[in-house]
Design a protein around this ligand. Structure first.
Ligand code: PLP
Length: 472
């Protein structure tokens, strides 16, 4: 019997259950970042099972998980040993905080993360997710400078269209206006600079014919912003190694080295927001290693446990930690569930899987093949650009390849929401069709996949994008 048959017996109970769940969802569930009207009108796909790089919906239909849930399930679904690690820890010690007391799994995980982090990033402050890790880094940057005689350093710089989470502090760092307007006034002090979208370099006003020159230009916009605001008022720069929102913008060669120099020159902390990019997504435990820079803090979450239990962390340099080592001062910040014993135990097991199966090496070796498979799609008239790194790629869709003309808001709405998201899912590929910047399709599959799956993804995208173009 196949798994699909097990999930959906010949009779109707599975469909009855789906109908009941659909009704309950419409009546009571408030989805995140989702139009509730769609839920109430059409219902919502209900995902009931995962195995490897596949997920199944409540009708028993199988899909390729091309987004690892939400950049999370890097080791793949259905890993019994991760579930067992969680159960073992829950039986032994289900919960204890890390407020004044500690427990072994948080201690072991802190050491493991510190050993994996570059330079002098030796101190780990746990949270329960990525937004809290960013919030922690923001608060810590301000607190650190207050303790070290630079109390005016409170502002933060980040890049256009970047997403850094939803708490009000993190929202000040998030660079997507449409996610902030309704919550104004958000925490003050957030400033934006251009991102590293080389495909649209000319529109941003940067050099469009030389990637390294574009990287220098983009890094210099950070220095310009620091100088505009006054170095004495700027605490930190928050950057993702590869910017997710907008569609996978990798750093041009030399970009981060120049940013590091700029930050050092003005005593501004460099925070590497690796909520998506850490844990193998671009071929290393920490993505700053992929691009050869040492930040002052790393924020991470998502794939630390491959999603089997939630956790986040801010990894902090000795320099920032130093004033907190002595005396009576402390960092008055924390979360009840931070460093949760079950999550920490699962994270340790997950990192063991990474080592045993060489997942980081696998990504480094196979990434060029994944890229090559996706680049075959550039023969389609709608595919303007394929970009990214590791197992993390974005495909930008355009109306006119020669001019790079993008879609109007109305066209984008029709294309992405009206057709592509549904058609890709219908064709068996769960991934993201996003228009927080220009319209892109994003892929971030589990790190366990290889050549046959790259071809499979390309095949599905080819047929759906061909149809999308015909409809346009
Ligand atoms: N930072 C980045 C770069 C992210 O991509 C995300 C979420 O996708 C966050 C922060 C927020 O993480 P969370 O949703 O776990 O709060």
């Amino acid at each position: 019997m196949t798994l699909t048959e097990q999930l959906v017996p010949d009779s109707g109970p599975a469909d009855d259950r789906t109908a009941a769940l659909t009704k309950k969802a419409a009546d009571h569930l408030w989805m995140h970042f989702t139009r509730q009207s769609v839920l109430e009108r059409d219902g919502v796909p209900i995902i009931v099972k995962g195995e490897g790089h596949h997920i199944w919906d409540s009708h028993g239909k199988r899909y390729f998980d091309g987004l690892s849930g939400l950049f999370v399930v890097n080791a793949g679904h259905g890993r019994r040993r991760l579930a067992q690690a969680a159960a073992k820890q829950a039986e032994e010690l289900a919960f204890f905080p890390i407020w004044s007391y500690a427990h072994p799994s948080a201690i072991e995980l802190a050491e493991r993360l510190a050993l994996a982090a570059p330079g002098d990033l030796n101190r780990v402050f746990f949270s329960t997710g990525g937004g809290e890790a960013v919030e922690t880094a923001f608060k810590l940057a301000k607190h650190f400078f207050k303790m070290t005689g630079k109390p005016m350093k409170t502002k933060v710089i980040s890049r256009a269209v970047a997403y850094h989470g939803t708490p009000q502090g993190a929202l000040a760092i998030t660079g997507i206006p449409g996610m902030k307007q309704m919550f104004e006034p958000v925490t003050p002090g957030g400033f934006r600079v251009p991102n590293t979208n080389f495909y649209r370099a000319a529109e941003a006003g940067g050099p469009a014919d030389d990637l390294e020159a574009f990287g220098r230009w983009a890094a210099d916009r950070i220095e310009e912003q620091i100088l505009f605001e006054g170095p004495d008022t700027v605490a930190a720069v928050f950057l993702e190694p590869v910017q997710n929102s907008g569609g996978c913008f990798p750093p041009p060669p030399g970009y981060f080295q120049r940013v590091r120099e700029i930050c050092d020159r003005h005593d501004v902390l460099l925070v590497s927001d690796e909520v998506i990019c850490a844990f193998g997504r671009v071929g290393n435990t920490f993505a700053c290693d992929t691009y050869g820079y040492v930040p002052d803090m790393i924020t991470c979450a998502k794939a630390m446990t491959s999603g089997y239990s939630p956790i986040g962390a801010t990894v902090i340099s000795d320099r920032i930690y130093e004033p907190f080592r002595h005396g009576t001062d402390y960092f008055p910040h924390g979360y009840t569930f931070a460093g949760h014993p079950v999550s920490a135990a699962v994270a340790l097991e997950n990192l063991d899987i990474f080592t045993e199966e060489g997942l980081n090496e696998r990504v480094r070796t196979k990434s060029p093949l994944f890229r090559a498979a996706l680049e075959r799609l550039t023969d389609l008239p709608i595919v303007g650009d394929v970009r990214g790194d590791g197992y993390f790629f974005g495909i930008e869709l355009v109306k006119d390849k020669a001019t790079k003309e993008t879609f109007t808001d109305a066209e984008s709405e029709r294309l992405l929401r009206g057709f592509l998201s549904g058609a890709l899912f219908e064709a068996g590929l769960y991934c993201r069709a996003d228009d927080r910047g220009d319209p892109v399709i994003q892929l971030a599959p589990p790190l366990t996949i290889g050549e046959p799956e790259f071809d499979e993804i390309e095949g599905i995208l080819r047929s759906v994008l061909t149809e999308a173009w015909a409809r346009l």
